[in-house]
Design a protein around this ligand. Structure first.
Ligand code: HEC
Length: 148
């Protein structure tokens, strides 16, 4: 009796742990083959990206912006962010079981997981803008501060 209970407990715990670890459908963060990419002036996209980076309405509950976590453009990132995209990111391999992620895939991942929202439309100006800003401004600032 005791043994059966113990076994059930172990199985339940393992089950919960697995669900938690693989909590994101990787299809949400991989660009679909037939999708288009928004084309626009790079400087305009970066400026729009900066506004979106600070926009709390992007989160599911409207209370969090990208800047809430990433603050001065160096917070919460790990050393993987020093490398050019695509590259491995720990949280992505843990939650979506992907070995590598692109810049726009990373934006989509943070939209879905920490921001608790839907991914942005793949052909949207918003996705192009946040990707351009993440790479040209945020990653650049991180590399300047933490790189050698
Ligand atoms: C609740 C906190 C939180 C919010 C909000 C958040 N992120 Fe993140 N983000 C993280 C964490 C944690 C990591 C580091 C993951 C890792 O390295 O394993 C990360 C990593 C990143 C990275 C770099 C990963 C790398 O190493 O290449 C980018 C780019 C990024 N986030 C963009 C965004 C964008 C864009 C938004 C807003 C749409 C956003 N984040 C919102 C927590 C957050």
């Amino acid at each position: 009796m005791m043994r059966k209970l113990l076994l059930m407990l172990v199985l339940t715990t393992a089950c919960v742990a697995t669900t938690r670890a693989a909590s994101v459908d990787s299809a949400l963060i991989i660009r679909p083959k037939e999708s288009g990419t928004y084309q626009g002036d790079r400087d305009h996209l970066i400026a729009r990206g900066e506004a979106l980076w600070n926009d709390k309405s992007l989160s599911g509950k409207g209370k969090t912006s990208c800047a809430s976590c990433h603050g001065d453009n160096t917070k919460m990132f790990k050393k993987t962010f020093l490398d050019a995209y695509p590259h491995p990111v720990k949280m992505v391999s843990k939650k979506a079981k992907l070995d590598q992620i692109t810049t726009e895939g990373m934006v989509q991942f943070c939209m879905v997981v920490p921001m608790k929202n839907e991914p942005l439309p793949w052909d949207s100006e918003e996705l192009a803008a946040l990707s351009a800003y993440s790479e040209a401004v945020v990653q650049k600032a991180y590399v300047e501060k933490k790189g050698k």
